[in-house]
Structure formats: C-alpha cells, structure tokens
Ligand binder design. Structure first.
Ligand code: PLP
Length: 404
C-alpha cells in the first residue's frame, strides 16, 4: 500500500490519508465491540486478546462504564481546575485508597490524559524533590515510558531516540536485573529510579522480586525516589491491583493510565504525601486534569473491578490461559503474570507471521519481538474464550511449522 491510499476506511478507498504516517497502514477498521469480542466493518468477528494494549480490561462497551459516561455527559463534562467537581474528588479518593492499601502510605493524585503525561508528572516531581544537582533519572534498558521528549529519554530503547536527538539531559539506563549496574548508577545526582514491574512493550520481561527489593534499598541509601511505572501492569492486570505488590515493596511514586478508564483517555500520578507536597501551585497542570467525564469512567471502572474481584479473575484466568498454552506445540516458554503474558515461540517460528495468521483466523494479539507474542485479554475473559483462542494459536503455529 502507498502512503496515499487507505483501505478499509468505509467502503470506498480514500485517495488522501488523513493521518500522520506514524502507525503504518491500518490493518482493519473496527466498528463495535462487546466484552472480549470485536466486529470489523465487514461484520467479521474477532476475539480481542490485546484490549487496545491493556486498556479495555473489563471488556468492550462495558455497560457500567457506558452508563456512567453517558450520564455524566448529560450532567457536566468539564469545569477546569479553578473549581472542584465531585467526580474527580471521588476518583482521587479511590485511587489513593488502592495505593494506601498497597503501600501502607497515604498520598495525593494528579490526573492526566495519558501514560506519558503521568510519567512527565513523576519526573518533574522527582526533579523538584531532588533539588538542583540531583535531577538524574535512572531507568532500565528495554523499558518503555512514553513518547513525549522526557519520557522518550527515560525509555531505554536507543533506536527510538535516534531520529530526535539531542534527547533532554538527565537520563541514565542500566540493564534490567543487573543490580551492581543499578547501584553504580544511583549516585548523589539521582532524583529517582523509574521502573516497570514487568517490561511490557520491551517484550514482557518481569523484574524479579529480589531485584525490586534491592532497588528499594539502593534508593533509600542514596536518598532517591522509587517511581513504579504501572501504566500497563496496574489495575489488576497481573493479579494484584498493582504489579509491585507481588514483590511486597513500597514505592514513593506510582504512575498509571491505560486500564484506569477502560478506554476513556485518563491517567494519574500518585505520590506519598510528603513527596507530593513539594509541588506548589503553578508547578504543574493540565487543562483536562480531573475532568468530570474521564473521572466518571474511572469511578465506574474501579467499582466494577472491585465488584468482580478483578485481581482474583486475572490470577485464575491467567493460570488457565498459561496452562493451556504450555501444551501447545511451538510454544517454548511463557513469561509474565496474571493476564499479561509473553508467549515465546520455538526457533523457526515467526511472531509477526503468527500475528498475521491469527488476525486472519479472528484473534487479536501482538508480536512484541520477533519470537514473542503478547497476550493481554480482558480480565473478564471466559473459559470458552480462552479455549477458543488457544486452539486458534495452536492451529496458527501448526500451519506455520508445516510451511517452515
Ligand atoms: C503504554 C505505556 C506508556 C505510555 O502511555 P501512553 O498513554 O501511550 O502515553 C508508558 N509506560 C508504560 C509501561 C506503558 O505500557
């Protein structure tokens, strides 16, 4: 396809693509969804085991979220941060409640519109907390923290930096799991360590519990903050409300987005109160921070996640999915936790080809590196849907193995 053509947009191809060419040609035009299912504009049905990248965690067109957003749209969309609205207050209390239970400490919330903005807030907060001369941020190679300039600089993928050099100053990267490199990097100039409990975009690579414990100790010794990027792992995805809970550590700052609004664009940066209180009026802001319509989605999503015990569901359905996949020919190992799984394919099998074959068969997954497919189904996925997806994966790998 040439960049001037867009197929699948309505029934007639357009001769001028209205989108900037950053995402590649769109494969399919989706029209509607329900739970784990999606339908394209030709009426073909798919099982969604990607959920818009860990966003639609309680299913497409979730009736509770849809009703809350619809009601809020008829009542009040937005008022600005010069004023309060009860929806944002309720959402902030809920988020702080979850993080207080997870960390043992009370804190404060800044609402954002995306994951990158949540990390931007955390980076600015850490710099102000550190003060002049203590502004460096240490993150891991292979990490992903966003696409704005500062969060791109924090992202440990040099190839993504190249077209946009020079990067903003003040970011260091060390290999994931190398605790000596981390200890050497966290000197008196470091404001914070920023880390995902499981690298998501980097290929589903968990940080070990011991590694996270040791980083906590290194940060304490050096007077640096520990920021957990829970943008992909947060909100029950891994079987706990937040990924760091498995390790039993207590971060100072936690960033979130993705599943928080089940599809409404919203995120947050939480920090324990003594850290958050270094911000003063005017230090940070965003027009849509705490806007009522997004916070209505947050409240409904969190209520529904609590009602269905989403962490337990992620654990149980994750075990079922991983167990079934273990017996599929062509699968060599499975990484991750809960319903965030990286499926490593045998040599000779190609993850990109598997992705394309599965799309054809009606299953949406993602090739996160040349040999790994990533699965992020809704936490509400049923046993039958797991069986159906695993049999599609088995068929696709068998077909590819036969051709190889
Ligand atoms: C997706 C993601 C981000 C960026 O979130 P956006 O909403 O795309 O800005 C940051 N960190 C992690 C771990 C992510 O998975």
């Amino acid at each position: 396809m040439t960049s001037g053509d867009v197929h699948g947009f309505g029934h007639a191809p357009m001769n001028h693509c209205p989108f900037m060419p950053v995402f590649g040609p769109p494969a399919i035009m989706f029209d509607r969804g329900r739970g784990t299912e999606l339908w394209d504009s030709d009426g073909k049905r798919y099982l969604d085991f990607l959920t818009g990248l860990a966003v639609v965690s309680i299913g497409h067109a979730n009736p509770t979220v849809a009703e809350a957003v619809g009601d809020q749209a008829e009542r009040l969309l937005h008022v600005s941060n010069f004023f309060a609205n009860p929806v944002a207050t309720e959402a902030a209390v809920k988020i702080n409640g979850l993080l207080k239970a997870a960390t043992g400490r009370s804190g404060q919330v800044f609402f954002t519109n995306s994951g990158a903005e949540s990390n931007e807030c955390a980076i600015k907060l850490a710099r102000k907390h550190g003060g002049r001369g203590r502004h460096n941020i240490v993150s891991t190679l292979g990490s992903f923290h966003g696409r704005t300039l500062a969060t791109l600089a924090a992202t440990g993928q040099p190839a993504k930096h190249e077209p946009f050099q020079p990067m903003p100053e003040g970011f260091r990267h060390v290999a994931l799991g190398d605790i000596d490199a981390m200890r050497a990097a966290v000197d008196g100039t470091v404001a914070a360590v920023l880390i995902e409990p499981i690298q998501g975009e980097g290929g589903v690579h968990p940080a070990s519990h011991q590694y996270l414990h040791d980083i906590r100790q290194i940060c304490d010794d050096a007077g640096a903050l520990l920021i957990l990027d829970e943008i992909q792992t947060g909100f029950a995805r891994t079987g706990e409300w937040f990924g760091f809970e498995h390790a039993g550590i207590s971060p100072d700052v936690v960033t979130m987005a993705k599943a928080m609004g089940n599809g409404m664009p919203v995120g947050a940066c939480w920090a324990r109160t003594d850290v958050a209180s270094v911000f003063e009026p005017g230090d940070h802001g965003s027009t849509y921070s705490g806007t009522a319509i997004a916070c209505a989605a947050v409240n409904a999503t969190l209520d529904e996640m609590e009602r269905i015990d989403a962490p337990r569901r992620a654990t149980e359905q994750g075990h079922k999915l991983a167990r079934s996949l273990q017996s599929v020919a062509g699968v060599t190992s499975i990484r991750g936790r809960g319903l965030m799984l990286g499926v490593e394919l045998a040599e000779g099998l190609d993850a990109k080809q598997a992705y394309l074959d599965l799309l054809d068969a009606g299953l949406i997954v993602n090739a996160v590196d040349p040999s790994t497919i990533r699965l992020l189904p809704p936490l509400t996925v049923s046993d039958d849907e797991i069986d159906e997806a695993v049999s599609m994966i088995a068929n696709a790998l068998e077909q590819q193995g036969g051709e190889a």
